[in-house]
Design a protein around this ligand. Structure first.
Ligand SMILES: Cc1ncc(COP(=O)(O)O)c(C=O)c1O
Length: 458
């Protein structure tokens, strides 16, 4: 029998209690957190969809591998396991462990970029952009126009605009563009995948201009599975075969193992260039640690080595993508505006369309995120005017799904809560900032409801 119900491809051996609160408690907690969900104690959250980074559940094989961790400072056996697992999938010659993705980014851009350089990407993630700008280079996003239309359906909305890339490289040349990046999947653009056709085209342009292509590979397994589902000629291939083909068109990658490494911490940097690898390892030793551990414990290296392989298992990916789509499709069917089609790791609600009576300067994304918490103890994150200021093109609320953590009934509950807020959306009011830090204000900002009567009811 071919069942229609997608079940979690695991059973649960160890459970972690979640914490119920009453609505009056949540009102008090939200007031104390100054309407900033980052400021909530995690124990006051029932379903935590703040991020999919480092929040996944490890498997029995990963826990077993952890006991095999070799904590030797140099030449650790656990590093060999990590290197072999990474090479098996990614195929790059040098594997440099780091404590998380942004450490790999910092080292890569420090070694490859100079003041005034340009680094194109489909869409730079915020830490990627920040690390490029920190060395005085310019981060340029070259997403296809379809990727910027929230309600538009397109199978590969993460694709890079190849013509724009060609124009930029012809104008700036390899003197100004030390590398090109492709982020798979495109987190800042709704968790949308990049097609292999696009990878091949981007790679060909880079080769012609003799500029290396690097992947921001955080969600490479989810991207590979979308290719299997959506791209002609790949239905019969395994996710690992597809991942190998993707990376065969590149020269290196950065990776946060907190995503498709199925680990709670860790990352790595890869390159095929011997001279660069040497410089990168020298920098690694300065701030992260010796190249056989890179700021991680041997047991972390083991967990990542196993996690990378598990992330490519087809039953896991089938459940992962189906359960994210389930959430998106159920709320969209009731009229809730979301970024279409559902992404791999998260659903993004279009808060401007959800709350059209709240203008962007009154933070519709924050207002909606607060309301989901008040209604059902769900924590999400605003990606919009609070995060990016007036430059924000959209106000989104991201519901990121931790890997292997929540079950179908948790997701059903999330759907129910969102639909209840949707039903009474006219009642939701905007917010104003009462304190903000000079940079990355969304983490620590304090806000208050705009309308006094609403403030009292909250
Ligand atoms: C696309 C992308 N690149 C890089 C990073 C940075 O990784 P880390 O949080 O491990 O530093 C993230 C984290 O969310 C990401 O989503």
């Amino acid at each position: 029998m071919r069942a229609h119900t997608i079940i979690e491809p695991f059973r649960i051996k160890s459970v972690e209690p979640i914490h119920w609160t009453t609505r009056p408690q949540r009102e008090a907690l939200l007031r104390a957190a100054c309407y900033n969900l980052f400021q909530l104690p995690a124990d006051a959250v029932l379903i935590d969809l703040l991020t999919d980074s480092g929040t996944g559940a490890m498997s029995t094989q990963q826990w077993a591998a952890i006991m095999e961790g070799d904590e030797s400072y140099a030449g650790s056996r656990s590093f060999d396991h990590l290197r072999d697992s990474v090479r098996d999938i990614f195929g790059f010659r040098h594997v440099i462990p780091t404590h998380q993705g942004r450490a790999a980014e910092r080292i890569l851009f420090n070694v490859m970029c100079r003041q005034g350089d340009i680094v194109p990407n489909n869409t730079h993630f915020d830490t990627t952009r920040a690390n490029i700008e920190f060395v005085g280079a310019q981060a340029v996003d070259l997403l296809i126009p379809e990727g910027r239309e929230p309600s538009l359906n397109h199978p590969f909305k993460g694709n890079m605009d190849v013509e724009s890339l060609e124009r930029l490289l012809s104008r700036a040349g390899r003197e100004k563009v030390p590398l090109v990046m492709l982020t798979i999947t495109n987190n800042s653009g709704g968790g949308q995948p990049v097609s292999l056709e696009n990878v091949r085209a981007v790679s060909a342009v880079c080769r012609r201009h003799r500029i290396p292509l690097y992947f921001d590979a955080c969600r490479f397994a989810e991207n590979a599975y979308f290719i299997k589902l959506r791209e002609n000629g790949y239905a019969g291939k395994t996710p690992k075969e597809i991942a190998r083909e993707i990376f065969s068109y590149g020269d290196g990658c950065t990776m946060s193992a907190k995503k498709d490494g199925l680990a709670n911490i860790g990352g790595f940097l890869c390159t095929n260039n011997d001279a660069l690898a040497q410089q990168e390892k020298n920098l690694l030793i300065l701030t992260e640690g010796y190249p056989s551990y890179g700021g991680l414990a041997g047991r972390d290296l083991e967990a990542i080595a196993v996690g990378l392989q598990e992330a490519l298992q087809e039953d896991y990916l089938c459940y992962r993508i189906a359960s994210t789509a389930y959430l998106g499709n159920h709320i969209a069917a009731a009229g809730v505006p979301i970024v279409q089609p559902p992404g791999g790791h998260a659903i993004y609600i279009d808060a401007r369309a959800f709350l059209p009576h709240i203008p962007a300067p009154q933070f519709p994304g924050v207002a909606l995120a607060c309301e989901l918490y008040l209604e059902g103890g769900i924590r999400s994150v605003e990606i919009g005017t609070l995060m990016f200021g007036e430059a924000a093109k959209m106000d989104l609320v991201r519901l990121a799904i931790p890997r292997r953590v929540y079950t179908q009934s948790h997701i059903d509950y999330v759907v129910e809560v969102i639909l209840e807020v949707w039903r009474r959306r006219q009642e939701v009011r905007g917010l104003q900032v009462t304190y903000e830090a000079p940079f990355l204000r969304h983490f620590t900002a304090r806000l208050s409801p705009i309308n006094e009567s609403v403030a009292q009811s909250l």
